[in-house]
Write a protein that binds this ligand. Structure first.
Ligand code: HEM
Length: 409
């Protein structure tokens, strides 16, 4: 019980008002769809959330003031196509093979090999590892390697010592990785603010444009030169255009940095706090169960919002065009019960932590491989761990740890 209270405390530290909604949502999940003042329609039912996410006619991601609105001003109006409608469908069809489980596991082994090896060595020698920082560095490195982000003061225009797309992140430092992670966080926070502004203020657009420009400066070069074994090389081979690859890269940064780091840290803490680490050590075949339970209980993307694009009935209520629906996915996923590696399969919650329908997380195989890689490493020597110190991130979009220091028990 304490283990789950500790995890829920991260939500309170992140955004108290959202946490209150999520905790209340869990209590009223059975009531279907309810209207909450100043929020709109809300549901914590996994069945209704999935129904809405699968109904692309009535529910849209690109409503007025939506995040697509920001991207269109940052990258150009063609972006709206990328988010919805036939353009989105076409892009998703071409990028279906972008992240496969096998490719993602290989990518994790390649990009994180030395980083994870040094964490394992630190634990083996009786030292401490800050899993919160390790996760941020690891995810930052993954983005640098995947998107050919220029590092180390190199010239982003491709001259001088600019990075080649076929380079791994070997020459990136941990500080480069932390910087990229922080930029991803900044972009996500800007995108979030944009969803509450019907008319975007110019400074917001400028911030987003600067961050995107900085982080995607290496994309065109990497897109043209990277081999098919890299993410951008795969995009090219799958027929994703250079312009789409740039937009997609910005999207990956927003969607795949904080979320992944959050799930990684919290899965580790949950394994220790619930004592389920002992089951994992006894039954190593349960690694995939640990990843799935970590994703379910943490559900880093705590809510998924949609605007109502056509009048529709959901859970016996009539939702009108122009209204909005907030699916409290964290509430829906955690109502099932606590973190247990032998938890029976619950069909209604299947993958709901990655959304559902046409916007189902594109990076899910990578996220799974990342959590798996971290958990596998930390328990590789068969020794249980303890949490030495921890503190929560405050005022962030995605709940997580600022510090999570572990050592051998
Ligand atoms: C634990 C980590 C992650 C979680 C919990 C997560 C969750 C989600 C969710 C819930 C959505 C659907 C949003 C909606 O329907 O409005 C989504 C979409 C998306 N995610 Fe993830 N994500 C994670 C990691 C990643 C990673 C690592 C990447 C890529 C590197 C990624 C890329 C994307 C993209 C591109 C979309 C948009 C897909 C579309 O609109 O078609 N995500 N993610």
């Amino acid at each position: 019980m304490l283990a789950h209270a500790r995890d829920a405390a991260l939500l309170v530290a992140a955004r108290p008002s959202v946490a209150a909604l999520l905790l209340a949502g869990r209590a009223v999940a059975a009531r279907g769809v309810v209207r909450v003042p100043r929020v709109g329609w809300v549901t914590a039912s996994p069945v209704l959330a999935r129904q809405a996410l699968n109904d692309h006619r009535a529910f849209s991601m690109v409503g007025e003031g939506g995040v697509g609105h920001l991207w269109a001003q940052v990258l150009g109006p063609w972006v709206t196509e990328l988010f919805d409608g036939p353009g989105h469908h076409d892009l998703r069809s071409r990028s279906r093979e972008l992240f496969t489980d096998a490719a993602a596991r290989e990518q994790v082994a390649q990009v994180w090999g030395p980083l994870l090896a040094s964490a394992r060595a630190a634990l083996a020698s009786g030292g401490e590892v800050d899993v919160a920082d390790l996760s941020r560095v690891a995810v930052g490195r993954m983005m640098i390697a995947s998107l050919g982000i220029p590092v180390g003061g190199s010239d982003p225009a491709g001259g001088g010592t600019g990075r080649d797309g076929d380079a791994t992140d070997d020459d990136a430092s941990d500080d480069d990785a932390r910087r990229v992670f922080a930029q991803g966080e900044r972009l996500a926070a800007t995108a979030m603010r944009a969803t509450t502004q019907p008319v975007l203020d110019a400074s917001l657009v400028r911030v987003a444009r600067d961050v995107v420009g900085d982080l995607t400066a290496g994309v065109p070069h990497a897109y043209r030169t990277a081999p098919g074994t890299t993410l951008l090389g795969r995009m090219r081979e799958l027929g994703v255009t250079e312009r789409e690859a740039t937009g997609l890269s910005a999207l990956l940064l927003v969607a795949g940095t904080e979320t992944s780091a959050s799930a990684m840290q919290r899965t580790v803490a949950l394994l220790v706090d619930t004592g389920e680490q002992h089951r994992l050590l006894r039954e190593p075949g349960r690694l995939d169960d640990a990843v799935r339970e970590g994703l379910r209980v943490s559900t880093p993307a705590v809510v998924i919002g949609r605007s109502v694009a056509a009048d529709v009935e959901l859970g016996g209520r009539r939702l009108r065009t122009g209204e909005s629906l907030l699916a409290l996915v964290w509430s829906a996923n955690t109502a099932v019960g606590g973190f247990r590696l032998d938890r029976p399969y619950a069909a209604e919650n299947r993958q709901l932590w990655f959304g559902a329908g046409r916007h189902l997380c594109l990076g899910a195989p990578l996220a799974r491989a990342e959590i798996r890689g971290l958990v596998e490493t930390l328990w590789a020597d068969g020794a249980p761990l303890r949490v030495v110190r921890r503190s929560a991130q405050r005022g962030v979009l995605v709940p997580g740890y600022r510090r999570l220091v572990v050592a051998r028990a």
